[in-house]
Design a protein around this ligand. Structure first.
Ligand code: GUN
Ligand code: ZN
Length: 432
């Protein structure tokens, strides 16, 4: 067997298109139980029902679930230091926990150790690609890019922009920030699997001048991503209305400076109106829905089918440390509960799609990741269907595929993960 040719045997599950809201027998679901996923030089070259034979390095995961690697479209690497912090809503939580933790990332040693720990944690949760916030410090973005390159990962990040309403040591200024962005773009954007995101923390922490600078960067190079937060919490929305009295809405603060485009990723988007939804649909900007964070911080209940019906691109994200787990299954299980509180139901298919092919599509990366199509890069995870006796019993009683996969999402987490592959290379294996 040549080292370049890898064959993974198991129950292959991915999507060929977008599943419809509420539909449990959706034709976009592609389930190939006990098949072989064939990978040559890091790329998917096909799927076989039969053993491909001696020329392949074969890994037999019979009876296990094989999925495309998860894509976390909104997560803060330094906030692993404050995950699970008690007692506050967004604006207090930022001041009490988050900003002090982020201050430490000015130190290159802290930044590098944090980046390595964070990416290894993603891989140990079955997440192989991510859109990440480091801190305002250039070195924190540099460290993430370098650590991702060493792992061959698809990573989108950029230094955080904030030049007001943040403590000493966590503010930049327009001139220095622009210089730092340009240097980081030059060094990392489109190098290997890395891409730069113009990273506006959120409207309250940037001056209008800084927002304008960020918009110019995006307009000058349409291959750049943009990430920010929008309409997460009601006090935040009120604050933005006071800070930007001329804007029609919170989203409009970003729109009027040219920050909304097909590579924009806006976290949360809970408190948006119909006009905002139309703007998102028209510009192609996506919402990264973060249900774990929204429940933990008490931010509100995102209305998924409303955004979908408006034609808004959607993905799901952990938003650690506002979110309480890097596990995509836990995020989706929380997503189901958020919709249940809205009197609606999230299918396993809509959830899983948003964490794989849907996220890839929204990021413009569906030729590279998110499904098992030929020529995609083999970012793949192998999962146990059940961990522990309760899950084993429940899954054994499932009569059809949606029931089984829904129970898997609801009862599983990173303890079910057997291995993660990035471009066909094993980057995480559970210790035996
Ligand atoms: N809004 C601005 N900064 C943050 C952050 O770090 N986390 C969350 N959840 N919302 C934010
Ligand atoms: Zn966030």
């Amino acid at each position: 067997a040549t080292a370049d040719r890898l064959a993974l045997r198991g129950d292959l599950l991915d999507f060929t298109g977008t599943p419809a809201w509420g539909r449990v027998d959706d034709p976009a679901v592609r389930f190939r139980p006990d098949h072989w996923l064939l990978v040559d030089q890091g790329r998917v070259v096909g799927v076989a029902a039969e053993d491909p034979g001696e020329g392949w390095q074969r890994e037999d995961h019979r009876g296990r679930l094989i999925l495309p690697g998860f894509i976390d479209t909104h997560v803060h690497s330094p906030q692993l230091d404050v995950i699970a912090s008690y007692g506050t809503e967004l604006l207090d939580w930022l001041n009490t926990y988050t900003f002090p933790a982020e201050g430490r990332y000015a130190d290159p040693v802290v930044a590098q150790a944090g980046a390595e720990r964070f990416l290894d944690a993603l891989l140990a949760h079955g997440t192989t690609a991510a859109v990440v916030y480091p801190t305002v410090h250039k070195v924190s973005a540099d460290a993430l890019f370098e650590a991702a390159a060493r792992r061959g990962m698809r990573l989108i990040t950029g230094k955080v922009l904030m030049d007001r309403h943040a403590p000493d040591g966590l503010r930049d200024d327009v001139t220095q920030a622009e210089r730092d962005c340009r240097e980081l773009i030059e060094r990392h954007h489109r190098r290997e699997r890395l891409a730069y995101a113009v990273t506006v923390r959120f409207a309250p922490t940037s001056t209008p001048e800084q927002l304008a600078m960020a918009g110019r960067l995006c307009q000058q190079d349409p291959s750049l991503y943009m990430q920010t937060h929008v309409a997460e919490n009601r006090s935040e929305v009120d604050w933005v209305a006071k800070l930007f009295p001329d804007a029609r809405s919170y989203l409009d603060v970003y729109d009027r400076v040219g920050l909304l485009h097909p590579r924009s990723v806006l976290a949360h988007g809970i408190w948006l109106d119909d006009e905002d939804h139309a703007v998102l649909a028209r510009t192609g900007a996506q919402i990264a829905h973060c249900p774990s964070s929204n429940l933990f911080l008490g931010s509100g209940l995102f209305d998924w089918p409303r955004a979908e019906a408006a034609g808004v691109r959607l993905s799901v994200a952990s938003d650690v440390g506002g979110g309480t787990s890097l596990s995509t299954q836990r995020t989706l299980a929380d997503g189901y509960k958020v919709q249940a509180l809205n009197g609606q139901r999230l299918t396993a298919w809509c959830g899983l799609h948003a964490a794989t092919r849907g996220a890839a599509h929204a990021l413009g990366l569906s030729e590279e990741i998110g499904h098992f199509g030929v020529d995609t890069l083999a970012d793949v995870c192998v999962w146990d269907w059940a961990h522990g006796s309760v899950a084993e019993h429940r899954l054994s009683l499932a009569r059809e595929l949606h029931e089984k996969v829904f129970a898997w999402i609801t009862l599983s987490d990173e303890r079910n993960l057997v291995a993660s592959y990035v471009a066909g290379q094993a980057r995480y294996r559970r210790s035996p």
